[in-house]
Design a binder for this molecule. Sequence first.
Ligand code: DC
Length: 229
Amino acid sequence: MSKRIVVAIDGPAGAGKSTIARALAGRLGFLFIDTGAMYRAVALWAIRTGTALDDMHRLDQLARQARIEFGAGNTRVLLNGEDVTDAIREPEMADAASKVSTVPAVRRALVELQRKMATENSVVMEGRDIGTVVFPEAQVKIFLDASPAVRALRRLGDLKAKGIEVAPEQLEREIADRDRRDRTRAEAPLMQAPDAMYLDSTALTIDEVQEHILAILRARMSNGKEIVR
Ligand code: DC
C-alpha cells in the first residue's frame, strides 16, 4: 500500500488556496479539505444559537458537538446534517469564523477532526495552520500569498459570482482586519512553516501555481515509489 500523502496549503484570505487546493486534489485523486469551512460552520452555529463569539465555554461545547462533514465529492459542507455551503459564505461569516478560530478549544476540536479526515486518504488540505500545527509532517507545505489588492479583487469576484455586492474598500479593510487577527492570535497563528515553500500567486495563473506545487510534490516523492501525475 502506498503511503498517505499530505499537501498542506496555508496563507491569508484570498490568496487562492481553495481554488488551487480543489484543482490539485482533483488532479491527484486526493481528498480536498477546506478547513476554513469548518471554522465557518462553527461560527454559523454560534450565530444561529445566539452564542457570543467570545464565549469560550459555549464555543468549546458547540465545536465538540458540531457534526461537520463534506459531501458530494467535498463540494458541499454539512453541519449537523444540514447543507450550509451557501450560508457559510455570507460576507459576515468570514469575520465570525476568524473570531471563533481564536478560541483554543475550538481549534483543538477542529484539528482533531481534520486529522481524522486524513487518516485513510491522501489529502490536499488548506487553511492557516495546516503545515505548522495540523500536519507538521506533511510531505509538501506551501505558503500561498498574493498582494492585498489582488486578494481583495479575488474575494470581490467570488462574492459577485454569488450575487453579493460589497464595496471594494470595505472588503479590503475587512480582509486586512481578518489577516491581522489570524496572524496575531496566540494559538496557531497564520504563519509560514520554516520548511514551507513561499509562493506568490499575484501574477500567476491557477495552472502555473498548480505546476509549481506539482513540481515540489514530484521532487519530494522522487524515491521512485510514488507516482505523481
Ligand atoms: O479560509 P477562510 O477564509 O474560509 O477561513 C475563515 C477563517 O477561519 C479565517 O479567517 C481564520 C480561520 N481559520 C483558521 O483559523 N485556521 C484554519 N486552518 C482555517 C481557517
